[in-house]
Write a protein that binds this ligand. Structure first.
Ligand code: 13P
Length: 236
């Protein structure tokens, strides 16, 4: 299975940040044999980033979408709009959206279906909080999120991102990642790509990416700098 190395820029990036994408393109030289590369910038940068990566091994994606195709939803962006702007994937249900905007599993599922309706592949995020892990509930929490968030159409990617590992430099043990990924695998198809996310860096990428049922990474901070992101791609 080809790995997917996806960068989530979150609410970071102005036009000047496209220089990093240009740098990544020149570092890449040729398409990596066993990895697909994706960058999900803020929606404002999507059209120019998509133009910048056209014809390169890098794809562009969105970070969230509304469930509807269009309508009276001030400030929201639809999957169809993201597609037209150049997206091939859309991240849905990121823990920051679940926490900041109260997104439920049901809403996440509807957003995943909206992405599929537009012909895009949703990257559906799940993951436990620190408290849930300390209480020994990580597997149960992830399991419930999967039951509620996965649409019927199996054209999706799943990202396991423990909330406490995001932006903290903390990473679960390799055994803990293996355990959750094998649980996710049981609930998904053999060909579904399962990404790990949470403080993935060039220094830890190789060991994380070698875990069974880890088919790529969802990278936040380290995707903002071309050299760091390239280091993770090289680890594949
Ligand atoms: P960091 O790589 O900055 O920990 O972020 C992970 C993440 O949330 C990607 O979606």
């Amino acid at each position: 299975m080809r790995h997917l190395i996806a960068g989530n820029w979150k609410m970071n990036g102005l036009n000047a940040s496209l220089a990093e994408v240009n740098k990544l393109k020149s570092l890449l030289q040729e398409k990596p044999a066993n990895a697909d590369i994706l960058i999900c910038p803020p929606a404002t940068l999507l059209p120019s980033l998509a133009q910048e990566v056209a014809g390169s091994p890098i794809s562009a994606g969105g970070q969230d979408c509304h469930t509807a195709e269009s309508g009276a939803h001030t400030g929201d962006v639809s999957a169809e709009m993201l597609k037209e702007a150049g997206a091939a994937f859309i991240i849905v249900g990121h823990s920051e959206r679940r926490a900041d905007h109260g997104e439920t599993d049901e809403l996440v599922k509807q957003k995943a279906e909206a992405a599929q309706r537009a012909g895009l592949t949703p990257i559906i995020c799940v993951g436990e909080t620190r408290e849930e892990r300390e209480l020994g509930n990580a597997a149960a929490v992830v399991s419930a999120q999967l039951s509620g968030s996965l649409p019927e159409d199996t054209n999706y990617v799943v990202a396991y991102e423990p909330v406490w590992a995001i932006g903290t430099g903390l990473v679960p043990s390799l055994d803990d990642i293996r355990e959750i990924h094998s649980l996710v695998r049981e609930k998904t198809q053999e060909e579904t790509r399962l990404l790990y996310g949470g403080s993935v860096k060039p220094a830890n990428a190789a060991e994380i990416l070698s875990i069974e049922n880890v088919n790529g990474a969802l990278v936040g901070g380290a995707s903002l700098k071309a050299e760091d992101f390239f280091g993770i791609i090289q680890a594949v």
